[in-house]
Write a protein that binds this ligand. Sequence first.
Ligand SMILES: *Cc1c(COP(=O)(O)O)cnc(C)c1O
Length: 345
Amino acid sequence: MKKTIDLRSDTVTQPTPEMREAMARAEVGDDVYGEDPTINRLEALGAEMVGKDAAVFVPTGTMGNQVSIMARANRGDEIIVESNAHIFMYEAGGPAVLSGVQIRTVPGTRGAMDPEDVKAAIREDDIHCPRTALICMENTHNRSGGCVLPLENMRAIYELAKAQGIAVHLDGARVFNAAAALGVDVKQITKFADSVQFCLSKGLCAPVGSLVAGPKDFIERARRARKVLGGGMRQAGILAAAGIVALEKMTKRLAEDHEKAKRLAQGLASVPGLDIDMSTVQTNMVLVGTKGAGMDASGFAALMERRGVLFNPSTKYKVRMVTHNDVGFDDIDEAIRRVKEALSA
Ligand SMILES: *Cc1c(COP(=O)(O)O)cnc(C)c1O
């Protein structure tokens, strides 16, 4: 049996032995009472790392984004997001269901909205119009293949939002990947948002969990919104223990995943029929065009699944491959070898 190489997502990562050890030893209490010392430690650590006053632990990134919107917007408000944003594409209509807001999308280039377009999308104070309650950015940007928002772009959008008194939320599910790619402290990114959601799962390998960080009063509202959604957990310190390892240790190794993605992209770029825009290979994702190989994305994914290399279609003619802690450089080389073999057969 050939080893399966799983490049579907960094969400498939297993918790590390150190995480399992920390989970087994975690001191816990009832977190709804605020009495779980490990949760309290994780929330303080997370807030400190991203330069915010406070943080709240949530089970998923989706809940992190949704409680952030709930804490900022009223029914009938509008929120501005990039047109391929996770919040718009993949959160099951949550902003409409949970907050009663409508979404206004602004097109992006590799996830980056033009500040002029954002400015133009902000509503006037007019009884006919919804109120613009929130502007959301996403870094790294998932649908564009993990591209990193330029800091100057984030700054421009944050400054224009501040000038109009509008809050900014960062969907930073993979913000530590962005920081690693830019070679900056994550605070240099999160300072251009009032609130941020980041995942401890995904590339950081915790089994469960995200943090929402922001100003104290905002976090109190987000904590209440979390309760509304049924996300008030009890002895959740078992999960937080893994989250602490994720923040302290796993944030430091993400550059290695980015090197693996580059190696994968370079290896596949030389395969006739496959098309890769190397300029988009900035973090741990590689988008591979399949049209030239005479296949659509699902056909290519099915072909490679039979050879033990897993990845998902992203669009009709593009697949997405994601590197992570559980695939080594040797697995990357083996995946390239199997693709070459499959396409020359
Ligand atoms: C994964 C992801 C989320 C949601 O996180 P879940 O834990 O899967 O709910 C939100 N935003 C972005 C950009 C993501 O990639």
